[in-house]
Ligand binder design. Structure first.
Ligand code: SAM
Length: 329
């Protein structure tokens, strides 16, 4: 699938639920209204959709949410999708999770061919963790991470950099991750969805974080392009890698190889824009894939060149009304 700007779209991130067992304050509001069940694609529909994308050239799929591991019977979807790994049609099937349920599923995920898991973790302070997530138990999450590592998974930690909340803990998080052989990627807060707090209060530009890390450690840029927004550097003293996702201070669009599908079957051609193409209707109303394939082609033909996030204005409406938990992280 080649888009109008010549980019080969080979990476699908698909959200399997908008529900989550946490309520991270920058991601969701305290009282979220979740989607009525009939609007959410069934596991069979998700499987069919993934197969359609694979037949059109997708080589990597990341399952995300909401929290994918809270979806009932989600292991059966991983089980079904593993046939594409076995056949070689799919290079990689990965997962993004908060790790709250990971201890329970780590072995089964490995058996289904998952090898790399991204875990979102913003602090190693149990009290702060509970406050940030509005309910989480850090011990359970750390146990989930350890269980997954023991099962053979490569874990990458994703940390949202939050001014006044975890900014002074970032070196500690990096050391902790690197000591366990895990890369860590820092993410700037993005203006997605209504939440109670004003995000500008916690917006921490990553160039500032990088300067601070460089006053402590030796960072060397790596020529590692994953087609995504992260730029990587190695840290000589810890021997690990750190990624920086800076959607607001830089653009990362020229090499974007990805598309996102929500759990309601909307394909968003760009995380930072409102335009979408509905795939649920063609999926539900025909057993043939003709209309579905046409809708996918239409979407790829409309992938924009770049996003246009803005968070500069205090008290501004979110640039995009949908939450990250809707589009999938
Ligand atoms: N539940 C899974 C998890 O925790 O990784 C997957 C979904 S979660 C929405 C994916 C990622 O998006 C998490 O790392 C989360 O911290 C991040 N995220 C959510 N809202 C965000 C925002 N407004 N700005 C930046 N990152 C955000």
């Amino acid at each position: 699938m080649i888009d109008p700007f010549g980019r080969d779209i080979s990476y699908l991130r698909i959200s399997v639920t908008d529900r989550c067992d946490f309520r991270c304050f920058y991601c969701m509001s305290e009282r979220m209204t979740f989607l009525p069940k009939p609007e959410v694609l069934s596991l069979e529909e998700l499987d069919r959709l993934c197969a359609a994308f694979i037949s059109k050239g997708v080589r990597k799929i990341r399952i995300t949410g909401g929290e994918p591991l809270v979806r009932r019977d989600i292991m059966s979807l991983f089980g079904k999708l593993s046939r594409h790994l076995d056949s070689g049609a799919l290079e990689e099937l990965t997962l993004t999770t908060n790790a709250n349920q990971l201890a329970r599923y780590a072995k089964e995920l490995y058996a289904h061919g998952i090898r790399r898991i991204n875990v979102s973790l913003d602090t190693l302070d149990p009290q702060k963790f509970n406050t940030l997530t509005r309910r989480g138990d850090l011990k359970k999450v750390l146990h989930g991470i350890e269980t997954a590592r023991m099962a053979g998974h490569h874990i990458k930690i994703n940390t949202v950099a939050l001014k006044g909340l975890n900014e002074h803990e970032i070196p500690q998080l990096v050391e902790w991750a690197h000591n366990k052989g895990m890369d860590l990627t820092l993410i700037e807060t993005m203006p997605l969805g209504e939440v109670e707090s004003d995000r500008i209060d916690h917006y921490l530009p990553l160039p500032v974080v990088r300067d601070r890390l460089e006053s402590r450690w030796t960072l060397t840029d790596l020529d590692l392009n994953t087609g995504g927004p992260a730029r990587y550097a190695s840290i000589a003293e810890t021997g690990g890698r750190i990624g920086f996702i800076t959607p607001l201070s830089h653009t990362f669009c020229s090499s974007c190889n990805r598309i996102r599908v929500t759990c309601t079957g909307r394909i968003y051609m760009c995380l930072g824009q409102e335009a979408f193409v509905d795939l649920k209707e063609p999926l539900r109303h025909s057993i043939s894939n003709d209309a579905l394939n046409a809708a996918i082609e239409q979407a790829i033909g409309r992938k924009p060149e770049a996003h246009n996030f803005a968070i500069e204005q205090p008290h501004a409406d979110p640039t995009l009304s949908r939450h990250m938990s809707t589009t999938g992280g």
